[in-house]
Design a binder for this molecule. Structure first.
Ligand code: T5A
Length: 209
């Protein structure tokens, strides 16, 4: 069924995902490639409503389990409404965070059983898996410093140790699936990072670099 190309960007908050997604989408569109950019949590009306709940700092009591179900719920809706139809139409889909964020944040960071988080997300996405994933890796402090004075959301307010575990989780995921996941040094310049991303994405689009 899948005809398009599905790319995901992952990493800690402030790693530069949005910056790279904008560069990648602009390049693809300039080449005439039909492109959809989207994000998680969110990407649909229901998903955006779930996003508000998930990131609202006033819900301090939210259990890791509640969090995991809400991210998976947003993802199921997103796959069905946006990602799967766009791929079926042959489009390039670039998504800011996906499945791997739940494994890194809710399992490695939040301490939920890895197999449980994997299971509910397998149910959410079924066969709709990324062709290629980039993890923009950096120290949590660097990402937080980049975000500067912006008001931290509920996840960003978690302790530094949480974000260290998330980072380690992302790196372990990349070690397990090197054919899909590429780790990039997020402290390089945006241009250097983009060149590394394009070198992997261009062949997937049937283009030479
Ligand atoms: N979450 C999400 C889960 O816990 N489980 C899940 O399953 C999912 C899907 C989402 C939160 O939810 C959590 C993770 C998150 O905590 P969000 O608002 O979507 O929250 O936040 P992020 O995805 O983290 O997005 P951010 O905007 O925080 O970070 P980006 O997009 O990675 O970074 P970007 O591009 O906005 O850049 C940040 C700053 O750095 C600069 C930019 O100009 C900008 O000022 N910058 C660079 N500076 C130096 N060198 C570079 N190479 C730079 N690239 C960008």
């Amino acid at each position: 069924m899948k005809k398009g190309v599905f790319i995901t960007l992952e990493g800690l908050d402030g790693a530069g995902k949005t910056t790279q997604i904008n560069l990648l989408a602009a390049k693809a569109q300039a080449l005439g490639i039909a492109t959809v950019t989207t994000r998680e949590p969110g990407g649909t009306a229901l998903g955006d409503a779930i996003r508000k709940i998930l990131l609202d700092p006033s819900y301090k009591e939210m259990l890791p389990l509640t969090e995991a179900f809400l991210y998976a719920a947003s993802r199921a809706q997103h796959v069905a409404e946006v990602i799967r139809p766009a791929l079926a139409a042959g489009k390039l889909v670039i998504c800011d965070r996906f499945y791997d964020s739940s494994l890194a944040y809710q399992a490695f960071g939040g301490g939920l059983a890895f197999e449980f988080v994997r299971y509910i997300n397998e149910e959410a996405v079924k066969d709709c898996k990324p062709d290629c994933t980039f993890i923009l890796d950096l120290e949590p402090r660097v990402g937080q410093a980049r975000k500067g004075q912006m008001k931290a959301d509920r996840i960003e307010q978690k302790a530094l140790a949480f974000h260290e575990r998330v980072r380690e989780g992302f790196l372990q995921l990349a070690q397990k699936q090197p054919e899909r996941i590429t780790v990039l040094d997020a402290t390089e310049s945006p241009e250097a990072i983009f060149n590394a991303i394009w070198a992997k994405v261009a062949p997937l689009l049937g283009l030479s670099r």
